[in-house]
Design a protein around this ligand. Sequence first.
Ligand code: TGC
Ligand code: FAD
Length: 392
Amino acid sequence: MAADRYQPHDFYQIDELLTDEQKLVRDSAREWLKKEVSPIIEDYYERAEFPKQIVPGLASIGAFGPYIPEEYGGAGLDQITYGLLMQELERVDSGVRSTASVQSSLVMYPIFKFGSEEQKQKYLPKLASGEMIGCFGLTEPDHGSNPGGMVTNFVDKGDHYLLNGAKMWISNSPFADIAVVWAKDETGRIHGLVVERGMDGFTTPEIHGKWSLRASATGELVFDNVKVPKENLLPGKSGLGAPLACLDSARYGIAWGAIGAALDCYDAAVRYSKERMQFDKPIGSFQLIQKKLAEMLTEITKAQVLTWRLGVLRNEGRATTAQISLAKRNNVDMALSIAREARQIHGGMGITNEYPIMRHMMNLESVITYEGTHDIHLLILGHHITELQAFK
Ligand code: TGC
Ligand code: FAD
């Protein structure tokens, strides 16, 4: 049963555009995930728990910082390989991909891009190996789509910074060893700080009651007069552009990841259509079911071509924020629509955990909201087209 869940579905032969190394990394990840994560994911989802024991395995397939240079413990791979890894992770579960996205693009990336040499040496190898898990604190209870309005702040106390405030909806926070936190200085300028678990006044309460992304731990970050050593400030870049640059990288990974979730739903729907008999025929023989399947394949194929091209542009350093918004918005919406159609094809069985569909559907409700909501990405595109800001 599990083996059937992994059909290639490469309708436009995009594999011919991939290098041998890209295919090898993708296929090895797929094999490991199929063996180690697929069999346990439904159980962890029901328990609303992240399976922490998979962290070393995730590191071994290169899921943590795949594009970070090898000298810092990364795999030194290209952006398309990063995307393919995210696709394979999210084919299993968006929450598993989330953990890897956050570690790679929102923790390792800012340390690599904006950190000092000492910070890179101290954190990156441990993050790459999974010895350390990180989280990214941008969103606040009253500042989600508008992170520039954040109130979390720090004051220069001479030999340290004093950090106060709170972050909300933070993936990995309940068990993260470090947090890359975005906060304002006394002039209102935004900076990144590395806050370590164990610092006095720093707590990470878990958020319970989620019906989505249940196999990923989400929590708050609370800073009550936390003394942060001065050497923990990321010196390379300040301003809202610094966290937004990290989001470009994570949103790009999500565009690939959504294809993985869509593929898993499509695979399940094709199989069920051939097996399920009604009116003495397989339901796949009915035109209305075939329409759903044909449209699913069309949308997946369009997303695959779009996202591969975006990967080429990323590799050349030419992908723009608006191009990334288009792909994140299109692909997540595409995956959510496919999950809903696949659920319908499964009839009543589609609501059970016998099939992965409801889990993907519920997960994708988070994915369409985090890293910029569906409408925020539309407004980023609107801004690009008209050169007129519609946010405020
Ligand atoms: P705006 O005035 O547009 O920009 C502020 C400054 O930033 C610069 N900038 C960028 N720089 C680098 N890369 C980018 N992508 C950039 N986009 C903008 C910009 O040039 C400007 O620089 P300067 O020098 O002029 O100051 O900012 P705004 O306040 O109007 O907001 C724009 C908006 C709404 C698009 C933005 O804030 C936004 O994207 N909001 C959505 C928030 C969001 O995506 N949050 C995600 C939180 S992290 C998360 O969800 C992780 S989930 C992880 C998981 O589990 O997988
Ligand atoms: P709001 O910003 O309050 O938006 C509510 C609604 O208003 C949305 O429909 C939105 O599109 C709309 N809206 C807002 N502004 C406008 C506007 N100008 N024009 C039109 N419509 C508008 N954040 C992190 O920092 N780190 C994490 O690791 C992280 N992980 C997350 C994990 C999960 C499971 C979830 C659900 C969220 C996570 N987030 C994280 C937070 C996420 O990025 C925010 O939820 C998201 O940016 C939206 O913010 P909000 O929830 O406050 O919604």
